[in-house]
Design a protein around this ligand. Sequence first.
Ligand code: PRT
Ligand code: MG
Length: 213
Amino acid sequence: MSPITLALSKGRILEDSLPMLTRLGLGPAGDIDRLLRVPSEDPGVHLLIIRPADVPTYVEHGAADLGVVGKDVLMEHGGSALYEPLDLDIARCRLSIAAVKGSPYADPAGWSSGRRVRVATKYPEITRRHFAQRGEQVEIIKLYGSMELAPLVGLADVIVDLVDTGNTLRANGLVETEVLTQVSSRVVVNKASMKMKHAALQDLLARIQTMKA
Ligand code: PRT
Ligand code: MG
């Protein structure tokens, strides 16, 4: 049978997954800093090293049988076309709203200024859904990184961003005002692969489950 292809999110999720992959005998057998497709120590499993935001797309289209990706990326992408069988409990953080300390927006009660609140984020879909559920109209400003800067320079009133220790917010004079959701890395599986490679994938998922950090 063709090998199983596992898509990994380059960056901190990859760093956090490597110990588990090594314990599973699936450590990369090649230079993961240069190669985009790397054999693993198991000849039956190949690794793809890709941008986190691209993992759901590769798995959805079957270019990878399964992948490891943050719940934040999965929620933003819309995960209904994928199976999400496992929570790996790695790269944990939370997705929160934050505002400039001491500003009217630091107190959610002070939001009713009449003007539409401007929210800068890398997660426009999650943000839109969150405020729509509350019946609030906000202006969403899509950014690709360094969200913390936006409220400091008047680009936005608040941000929706990932928070772990809170050090980045504190260093920039921001305060967390609300947690939208907890985040950790998940295993996602292509639906057709789950049928076509059922035994091999079930075996791999069971091994991952027992080797979880
Ligand atoms: O390369 P590309 O731009 O495509 O992706 P990326 O830069 O977003 O990737 P990377 O390597 O940062 O990994 C992002 C994934 O790691 C996210 O999708 C999350 O699932 C997970 N993760 C876990 C985090 C954090 N914790 C985290 N703290 N991603 C980002 N952060 C950032 C956060 O955005 C903020 O700037 O760290 C800062 C906050 O950390 P504290 O500890 O100061 O609160
Ligand atoms: Mg990056």
